[in-house]
Design a protein around this ligand. Sequence first.
Ligand SMILES: [Zn+2]
Length: 348
Amino acid sequence: MKKIIDSHLHISKWGDEDFITCFDNYVKEQGIHALNICAIPLCMSNVANNIMLGLYKLARPNTYIHGGIELIEVPLDNMPSGMDTVAQYKELMEIGFDGIKMLEGKPTEHKRIGKSINHPQLNRLYSEMEKDGTHLLMHVNDPDEFWDLERAPEWAIKAGWTYTDGSFSPYEEIRDQTIQILKDYPNLSLTLAHFFFCSKTPQLLEELFSLYPNLCVDLTPGGEMYVEFEKNYSYYKGFFDKYHNRLIFGTDRSYKCDEKYADWQYNLVTTFLSTDKAVESFDNKMLLGLGLPKEKSDNILFANFENRVGKEPKAIDKEKFKQYIDKYSFALTECDKERIKPLIERYL
Ligand SMILES: [Zn+2]
């Protein structure tokens, strides 16, 4: 059985079903070695999501979790001390989180927080994480076609992820702010999700890889990147062969998702990375597997993640976790509290 760690998953809403069993079938069916579940503050607060992830790890200890920082003040100028970005980061690490996930570079969030991911509150966080060698997974930008209604896909328009009304920062501005983070914190253990949405400009990634030794990108679709891999197949075959130690497997599977589609996507990405067989891709055309040597595909499928985050997930410190839940209960809705209560009784 192939060893695989899925580095990019979410549990983003409460459901009728017990969310703790939601990934069990995935793990069982695909023989996944370990999961990394990441906070995503789209349907609930980071705090509620962090608590879910902590409870999940108590129930399934072989799980990595990346927590989210609650931005208590937006804009970020007056974050209360003791609840600022660094204080929250330290708390999460002490609880047993394995890394931090940020969505603040996604254009919608970027606009909400005041259009800068180089704010001093966030810079202090990057600085501290760089010092500690803690892994940061950041979603920054979106596919460049989301800034152009003629090229944006239907589903993105429906999700409200088009950025043409002038109120959002341009793709280039968010990209450059991200590069500024690397300039300021060159040793940060940073993984940029979704190939940094650079599949049309991979030379930029090559340049960044040469400058920043701890930079990786993940291969979580973004179907558009797989279309580009196919269009520029021979270039990308060389790219994967050369940068196998900078690329990380992930799927963005979430609770709850369309499982059939998620399985199809999983099969596409793993076939591409670990075989030389052709597989149907996002544009309904056939994408040929890279045929990488096993040690290179193993790096992408699990070893790069383990080397950056840890050979094993950290354990939860229950006392610290309880303190966190008490301290941040103000950020929970009544619905969150109702759903969390029986799980706390059971697992904490
Ligand atoms: Zn994601």
